[in-house]
Design a protein around this ligand. Sequence first.
Ligand code: ZN
Length: 337
Amino acid sequence: MINILDQLPTGILDVDAKDLHQFLDNHTLVRINGRIERPLFVSILQHGDETTGWDAMKALIKNHKSQLPRSIYLLFGNVEAAAKNLRQLDDQPDFNRCWPGLHRQKNATAEKMAFITDMMAGIKPFASIDIHNNSGRNPHYAGINSLNGEFVNLASLFSETIIHFTSPDGIQSGAFAQFCPSVTIECGMSGTADGIEQTHTFLENLIQLSSLKTIPGVAEHQQVLNIFSTVKIKPEVSIGIAGETVDEVDFLINDDLDYLNFHLIEAGTVFGKTNNKQVPMPFTVTDQIGHDITDRYFEQTENEIRLKQKVVPAMITQSIHAIRLDCLCYFMHPLSH
Ligand SMILES: [Zn+2]
């Protein structure tokens, strides 16, 4: 079903993500032996152009040349796409939508994900970490699918900015949340030094821990934001970025909109302008169970698309490709605990 190795291929620690395909295939699982048997599970490169996970893992392993403090199961995601610095290839699904969730999908990738999930459920890892990067400007943050204390503590080890979310379906941390504390970490733009450093430090701290039940010194700063909706752009509306796109399009998204990520923004904030009044509302806002709630959040005045009430947006991206593949952003509100 997938390749499972009991050590890293010789020489692999000397290469960048783009060359990993010379050493192993997509969905190769490597068990790296450590002093404590019960492993950490670490997933990297589910999206081929998000390389921070590999850079941080290399630093961690090189720092423990004789033996890791704890065993690690390291899952290499899309090394084929990494070779081309792409999120995924044209004929591939989004790997991080294929894990067992509400529905078990039937495609070949989903079957591999289900196999890995069932295998790891039997092993019961100490914790599961899925490492990603963003295409827009965001603080480094951790995403969890459960508000259980061990999940919040695990997330706090990485960042004070914690997001709780329950959709999309089919993500790795959601599948593993059924049997171990799981987190998705978002380490800023791919390959930046501060993201690699923070991720490496997080892994070093985590791998020394014997329990996630209490972690001294982090709990008082925890603030969890809850994602309650997703903002997509209707596929029939052509889009561009103000100041960048030269072609005539239906809807121009404001330049630098991603500066708003993780800030409370006021009603009346303009997200972009339509080309003419005939263009319909370009956004579809849906809640976590798929209901359309666009009218509560956006209004069209003349040719401007304005926010109707205060929200905290996350993961706003200025990449047309990422918007089309996924979404423009998410909306959140703070949870008190
Ligand atoms: Zn990703």
